[in-house]
Design a binder for this molecule. Structure first.
Ligand code: MN
Length: 252
């Protein structure tokens, strides 16, 4: 994001939808994500997560009515910020080498404290969540990702059905996921609390391509107890460009 921040503020840059679409377009080309992942300069940089919060690529109101502005603001500035802050404490306390990606810590999170597990997961999951959503998004994937979904699930509709079930039936707080496994196949599943499929402690493993937060804090202001309505609305804001970019990087 350096180039954007030098010239004008993020808010100026994202002051209207067409400009936000430009930012999403850049993200789709890998230009923005390359900024975050220059550490190793590889194609897989898109799969690398910073230990600190990345600015949202769109305004809090940009996903409404599917996700309302107040939910987005509280979610980003309070809940997600809290995970990032506590992760910062944990990496200092537990002497983590932050030159290595967060993903490496999560892959061996059993060696660390519960604070690392909860907040490392919480931070990673939210950083991913913001990126896999966008205004004026939704629809269906195309290209290699669409072919992989058809191959793994039979059809896009069947994939959506399985993902919806994972999201709706996750008891209590957690996340629903689309991952690509070591066998390069796509799979759908869910994890509890702030666990995720990168963690050695998780029964469900893979590289996350798409994640949906089903904690009540993600939807309660607008949807109250109606989690299924929130899950249905999520499909209107999925940023398939980012999901496809992640799939391509994970498939190298
Ligand atoms: Mn959340």
């Amino acid at each position: 994001m350096k180039g954007l921040e030098n010239g004008l503020s993020r808010r100026e840059f994202l002051s209207n939808t067409s400009k936000a679409s430009l930012a999403i377009g850049l993200a789709g080309t890998g230009i923005l994500s390359a900024c975050a992942g220059d550490a190793n300069g590889e194609d897989k940089a898109v799969l690398v997560t910073s230990f600190t919060q990345t600015p949202l690529a769109y305004d809090y109101a940009a996903l409404a009515p599917n996700i309302d502005a107040m939910t987005m603001e509280i979610h980003y500035t309070k809940h997600a910020a809290s995970y990032a802050k506590s992760l910062g404490e944990a990496i200092a306390d537990e002497k983590v080498d932050t030159n290595k990606p967060l993903e490496d810590v999560l892959a061996e999170v059993s060696k660390y404290t519960t604070k690392m597990r909860n907040n490392g997961g919480g931070h990673y999951n939210h950083e991913l969540f913001w990126k896999v959503m966008a205004p004026n998004a939704g629809g269906k994937p195309t290209g290699d990702l669409a072919a992989a979904i058809d191959s793994s699930f039979g059809s896009f509709d069947e994939f959506v059905s399985q993902f919806d079930t994972a999201a709706k039936t996750r008891f209590g707080s957690g996340w629903a996921w689309l991952v690509v496994g070591a066998d390069k196949k796509l799979a759908v599943g869910s994890t509890a609390n702030q666990d995720n499929p990168l963690m050695d402690v998780s029964d469900f493993k893979g590289t996350p391509l798409l994640g949906l937060d089903v904690w009540e804090h993600a939807y309660y202001l607008n949807y109250q107890n109606k989690r299924p309505d929130y899950v249905s609305a999520f499909w209107n804001v999925v940023n398939w460009n980012t999901v496809a970019e992640r799939f391509a990087a994970a498939s190298v």
